[in-house]
Design a binder for this molecule. Structure first.
Ligand code: ATP
Ligand code: MG
Length: 243
């Protein structure tokens, strides 16, 4: 029987496969990934380089389409939506944070934070106020007019976190958000995510840092495009699978 999401599920993946097709042939990257993310859960995704973490996160974030399998986001089956519907869903429901920040270098902190609101059609006045409020939330209220090259790496990532929050997304997806930061600054960014989690946001974070393993509600380990270990820190369980 086909998998169906229930009201407690934020995301449901059922047998997701993803191949890239190159000149030298098919490159299978995700080879049948199935799991659920509960509403309000803080999920970590770990695994060695090349195991498929970013591919999986991009699929969750509707930046990439799976080759096969079912994906339900907030109860909606993604496979049957048009490109336009996907774009709207991505903009309204998902906030992204990337390892290399992905800020616009020529825009100020305030303008960078405003970008997703422009796409969402928010009025100029409201964008302005909201950007200042979000900058304040991540401790950058005093840096609104700085451009990225006038900020530290940690501050850039704070801007990216503020930007990910402006449309009040249901989910935050973060791909190695602490990967370019020193330990102390990385921990500060991690604390921002913990605060969001406490306020009920659903978070999925890819990381290489084993130090964070115990900080997630649950950690899914990928190996060679498959889930091979699930550590549940809430229930204190650990499962391993053949890959
Ligand atoms: N566009 C693409 N075309 C072909 N192969 C790709 C493409 N993107 C990724 N791959 C391959 O898919 C595999 C998984 O890549 P992915 O970026 O998901 O890994 P990752 O787990 O995020 O690794 P890292 O920890 O280094 O970021 C890699 O072997 C990569 O070379
Ligand atoms: Mg990656």
């Amino acid at each position: 029987m086909a998998v169906k999401p229930d009201a407690t599920d934020a995301l449901v993946l059922d047998d997701i496969r993803k191949s890239y097709f190159t000149y030298s042939g098919e490159v299978p990257v995700l080879k049948g990934v199935s799991f659920r993310v509960k509403r309000g859960e803080f999920l970590g995704i770990m695994g060695s380089s090349g195991s498929g973490k970013s591919t999986l996160l991009n699929t969750l974030g509707l930046l990439d389409t799976p080759t096969s399998g079912s994906y339900f986001l907030d109860g909606k089956e993604i496979g049957i939506l048009s490109d336009k519907e996907l774009t709207i869903l991505r903009n309204r429901k998902i906030g992204f944070v990337f390892q290399s920040f992905h800020l616009f270098p020529h825009l100020t902190v305030r303008q960078n934070i405003e970008v997703p609101m422009i796409y969402a059609g928010v009025s100029r006045l409201r964008r302005h106020a909201m950007a200042a409020q979000m900058a304040e939330k991540v401790g950058l209220g005093h840096r609104l007019d700085h451009r990225p090259n006038q900020l530290s790496g940690g501050e850039c990532q704070r801007v990216a976190v503020a930007r990910s929050l402006v449309n009040r997304p249901t989910f935050i997806l973060a791909d190695e958000p602490t990967g370019n930061l020193d330990e102390k600054t990385g921990n500060e960014i991690m604390n921002l995510f913990h605060n969001l989690h406490k306020n009920g946001t659903t978070l999925v974070m890819v990381t290489h840092n084993p130090q964070y393993e115990s900080e997630y509600d649950r950690v899914i380990y990928l190996r060679n495009g498959r889930v091979w270990r699930v550590i549940d820190n809430v229930n204190g369980t650990r499962e391993e699978f053949e890959t």
